[in-house]
Every structure is written in structure tokens, then in C-alpha cells.
Design a protein around this ligand. Structure first.
Ligand SMILES: C[S@@+](CC[C@H](N)C(=O)[O-])C[C@H]1O[C@@H](n2cnc3c(N)ncnc32)[C@H](O)[C@@H]1O
Length: 200
């Protein structure tokens, strides 16, 4: 199973809350692509942050496309079921955990709420196909994936992200990932200390 966990990167979740959600909150369609989502902890953490910052009514407009090359062929099933062992959810702040997770019939397992589950769809997808899973995204999250690609592949994948973001849409990647020089004019860095970018 890929290395990932719920609320792995609090800084990114806080930046999404501060810069992205206020921009998209009133929209009828809010589309997020979590590329390289593993078995779900990251896209579900993003979904929870959206729900924490909007009403049930507005949250119905949020659609998260979670995708991964998924060499295990099990990620889709895990994401659809939304059931995780206690060990995987223990880092979630307790008030959030209580709100969105309930005990599953299986001892030691917890299930995420139907409301959160219903905003996510999973697609088995290779980023190197350079075919997007959809278009018109307000936010693309791609963390701890680009580092595995060759420099040219990284440029091609980020260029694909640029093409499918709406004007002013956001792209966030891991702290250690620099925007390739070829694409610097395509994005504006939103804050100096994090890799959150806005489509120019
Ligand atoms: C370390 S995990 C990162 C999971 C999550 N984004 C996070 O940061 O916690 C890397 C994920 O990237 C996926 N991945 C690697 N190469 C990929 C590709 N070419 N297309 C799609 N996903 C890929 C792996 O299957 C794995 O699930």
C-alpha cells in the first residue's frame, strides 16, 4: 500500500482553506482532481476541509476526482467503501474524527460518513498517459507523486494540469517540488513558503 495518511499535510489543508475555498464557495460546480491519491486518505482529508468550511447545501456542489495508477487494483474498492483501520485515522484531529467517522461493524475499523463519500469518485489512471480524467478543475492536488517522474515527464504532467484548470484555478504540490522553469510564466505562486500556485 502507498505511503499516505489522513491529514498528512496540515499546511496544505490550511492553505486550501484560506486561499482556495473562499474563491470557489459560491460556485455551482466545484471540481477538484487529486492525482496520485493512493487509497483515499488525502482526497478524503481535502473533502472534509471543504465540508468544514461550507454548508451541507453548498457541499453538494463539490466533486472530487481521485485518481491513481493503482498497481494494487484495490484503491477504488477501498475509496468506495470508505472503511479504514483505526491506526490510519488516529492523526485526524479528534473533533473532526468524531464528526465524520463512525465505528464500522468490523472491530477496529471506522467508516467515513456518506456525505463525504458521495463527493468522491475514483479512476484508475496513469498520469503519463497525459489524458486528463476531466476538465475545468478549480483545484488540482498532486503531492508526493511528481518526484517519481523524470524532469520532462514532470513538465508534461504539470502542463496538462494547467490546460485543465479553469482561469485562476489552483495547483498544489509538495513542499520540495519546484515549478519547472519552462512553466514559471504559466502559474503564479500564491504564498512564498508553499507550493500552492494559481493559473495565470
Ligand atoms: C507516496 S503516494 C502519495 C499519496 C498522496 N498523494 C499523499 O501525498 O499522501 C504516491 C502515489 O502516486 C501514485 N503514482 C505513481 N506514479 C503514478 C502515475 N504515473 N500516475 C498516477 N499515479 C501514480 C502511486 O501509485 C502512489 O499511490
Amino acid at each position: 500500500m502507498a505511503f499516505t495518511y489522513f491529514f498528512r499535510d496540515m499546511l496544505t489543508l490550511e492553505l486550501i482553506t484560506k486561499y482556495v475555498i473562499p474563491q470557489v464557495k459560491g460556485h455551482r460546480h466545484i471540481r477538484v482532481w487529486d492525482a496520485g491519491c493512493a487509497h483515499g486518505p488525502e482526497p478524503y482529508s481535502v473533502a472534509i476541509m471543504f465540508r468544514e468550511n461550507m454548508s451541507h447545501f453548498m457541499f453538494r456542489n463539490v466533486k472530487i476526482y481521485a485518481s491513481d495508477i493503482d498497481t494494487s487494483s484495490r484503491f477504488g474498492e477501498i475509496i468506495v467503501n470508505g472503511v479504514y483501520p483505526e491506526g490510519e485515522i488516529k492523526r485526524i484531529p479528534s473533533e473532526i474524527r468524531k464528526k465524520y467517522f463512525s465505528k464500522n461493524g468490523r472491530p477496529g475499523y471506522y467508516e467515513i460518513s456518506d456525505e463525504i463519500k458521495s463527493c468522491l469518485t475514483f479512476t484508475q489512471h496513469d498520469l503519463l498517459s497525459l489524458t486528463p480524467v476531466a476538465t475545468d478543475f478549480n483545484l488540482i492536488v498532486c503531492k508526493n507523486v511528481l518526484l517519481h517522474l523524470k524532469p520532462k515527464e514532470r513538465v508534461d504532467v504539470i502542463k496538462m494540469y494547467h490546460d485543465v484548470l479553469v482561469p485562476g484555478g489552483f495547483f498544489v504540490t509538495e513542499q520540495t517540488q519546484k515549478m519547472p522553469m519552462e512553466l514559471e510564466s504559466h502559474f503564479q505562486q500564491v504564498v512564498g513558503n508553499a507550493q500552492l500556485f494559481r493559473k495565470v
